[in-house]
Design a protein around this ligand. Structure first.
Ligand code: SAM
Ligand code: SF4
Length: 343
């Protein structure tokens, strides 16, 4: 026996859940704060976490790196609005070492676009190649109504900066009954005209908001039916490792994605977990069960306890969520907002 050979550690083993799904994609929320107050995501008057509860940027780096060491190939930085966290580029700069080493395939971000004019170049310099920008309407007044505080002009300038920096942009739009229904065709033409894919998302029952979810909810089966009246939609095998199903639009040559947690459950192929800015690991977006990673992270400088906590948590990953939106189900499926868990 070679006494100098390194002992096998748990850190060499990939994370596999009880249903045989390999966990290779981690979404990390770096803040619960945001410069917008989208009506489906937050109430106008939100209570945010005390800053001391948040993981520091160094702790976030350690946590992400622990997942990368256990086989995570894709890291998505999200929030709240990730680009409003102070010095956030330091996290991207640090994590880019895993891209350089080949351990990580993709480092990406989901943003509302408000700060992109400032940060697009830096993101590209950190090895970010593709980003998701959330945009539900191209009408400035409607944009203000949906986001309450947002300015469409700023987001469009951010998109210009992102594309000029060479970032591939995907637009995410939440389908909202009676709000942006009339824009699906024009948004498709606009996005595809700029070389961007467009993905529609069904509104999910996460957190208490002022409005009733049932009034916002628009099943994407209806969106797809409406789009197929004006476009020829063809099935596409394109996949990004996320939950969207894609269709190609013959007329524009672009792609439309559909994220349908309610009408079409995508849990069987779930490869994801989410970590909040306080180091809480959620094994499923739609379930309450969670694991505290902050305590083991802070307990020691070695990652042994952290690794063990991650491993134990993955063994509890549930088979799927059970979202319901109907007139009799008034309470949200889970109490926390999307801005806490990270979208
Ligand atoms: N602030 C960033 C943004 O808006 O892109 C990142 C975080 S945001 C929570 C991530 C995504 O979640 C956005 O595309 C947003 O539209 C979506 N989202 C928020 N609340 C939602 C809900 N209740 N149902 C479906 N999507 C939601
Ligand atoms: Fe902020 Fe994004 Fe939530 Fe809108 S969806 S309030 S931009 S976190």
């Amino acid at each position: 026996m070679n006494v100098h050979a390194p002992l096998p550690t748990t850190a060499d083993k990939p994370l596999i859940d009880p249903f045989g799904r390999a966990i290779t994609y981690v979404r990390v929320s770096v803040t619960d704060r945001c410069d917008f107050r989208c009506v489906y995501c937050m109430s106008e008057d939100m209570n945010f976490l005390p800053k001391g509860d948040l993981l520091t940027l160094e702790e976030l780096d350690r946590l992400c790196s622990a997942f990368v060491a256990r086989g995570t190939r894709k890291l998505r930085i999200t929030g709240g609005e990730p680009l409003v966290r102070r010095d956030i580029m330091k996290l991207f700069q640090g994590l880019s070492r895993h891209l350089s080493s080949g351990a990580l395939e993709e480092l990406t971000v989901t943003t509302n676009g408000s700060q992109l004019a400032r940060f697009a170049k830096d993101l590209a310099a950190c090895g970010v190649r593709r980003i998701n920008v959330s945009l539900d309407t191209l009408d400035p007044a409607k944009f203000r109504e949906i986001t309450r505080w947002g300015d469409l002009g700023k987001v469009l300038a951010g998109l210009d900066a992102a594309q000029a920096a060479g970032l591939q942009v995907k637009i995410n739009a939440v389908a909202l009954a009676g709000v942006n229904e009339d824009e699906f065709e024009s948004m498709t033409r606009w996005a595809h005209g700029r070389g961007m894919d467009l993905t529609f998302i069904e509104v999910m029952p996460l957190g208490d908001i002022e409005a009733a979810r049932v009034d916002q909810y628009l099943p994407l089966t209806r969106v797809q039916a409406r789009l197929s009246e004006v476009f020829s939609l063809e099935h596409s095998d394109y996949a990004t490792g996320g939950p969207a199903r894609y269709m190609r639009v013959k007329e524009t040559g672009g792609r439309i994605g559909f994220i349908t947690p309610l009408t079409h459950n995508f849990c069987e192929s779930c490869n994801r977990v989410r970590v909040t800015c306080t180091g809480t690991l959620y094994m499923c977006l739609g379930q309450e069960d969670a694991a505290d990673l902050r305590t083991p992270l802070r307990a020691s400088e070695s990652d042994e306890a952290l690794n063990a906590a991650i491993e134990r948590a993955i063994l509890r990953k549930p088979k799927g969520h059970d979202f319901v939106i109907d007139r009799t189900t008034r309470a949200p499926a889970v109490g926390r907002h999307m801005s806490v868990t990270g979208g």
